[in-house]
Design a protein around this ligand. Structure first.
Ligand SMILES: [Ca+2]
Ligand SMILES: [Ca+2]
Length: 181
């Protein structure tokens, strides 16, 4: 097993900020979203207190991790989103991962219902991992305020995906050893 780590500023990856119309369902994109600038990709690629802020109702950050590993080699996806909030609590902050096979964001994988200054949203996928990787190697995750309060902002500090995979060549190496034997 080996791992690779991806952030919005990793080659091929990017993010968007916007305001969802509702709890995400089947639509991959969020209405009114705008893609991160290169500076915003950098700002969301390390947990250093430099954030990208999105305000308004159902503020959200949608990240596309484009992974280099072959889908069939991937055994686990581990997400970590570190964020700050401003304004009152009492709303849900939710992390979603897009199921490309079912064309749905599904249910929240990590939740915080209070205002917070520094919080890690984490989620791990260990079964049917290929369902979450599309035909172009894209994995999508979304952190959003799942509520109506426009007085709260969602400040994304870090978006990270760690991909665990079987190293290619393993089977070939075994065949080679059989050949020597
Ligand atoms: Ca932080
Ligand atoms: Ca940051």
């Amino acid at each position: 097993m080996a791992t690779s780590t991806y952030h919005p500023d990793t080659t091929g990856c990017t993010g968007w900020q916007g305001n969802a119309d509702a709890t995400p369902n089947s639509t991959l994109a969020v209405s009114g979203e705008s893609e991160y600038t290169s500076g915003e990709k950098t700002d969301t690629s390390s947990d250093n207190g430099t954030t990208v802020s999105q305000g308004g109702a159902r503020a959200c950050h949608r990240i596309r991790f484009t992974i280099a590993e072959a889908e069939g080699d991937v055994t686990q996806l581990d997400f970590k989103f570190n964020a700050d909030s401003s304004g009152p609590g009492g709303v849900d902050y939710d992390l979603f991962v897009y199921d490309d096979n079912g064309s749905t964001w599904g249910t929240s994988r990590a939740t915080n219902t209070s205002a917070f200054s520094d919080y890690d949203f984490t989620a791990s996928i260990t079964t049917s991992v290929g369902n979450y990787i599309d035909g172009s190697g894209n994995v999508f995750a979304l952190l959003m305020i799942d509520g109506g309060s426009g007085k709260t902002s969602l400040l994304l500090d870090l978006a990270e995906l760690v991909v665990t995979y079987t190293e290619s060549g393993g089977n070939n190496r075994n065949l080679l050893l059989l050949g020597i034997g």
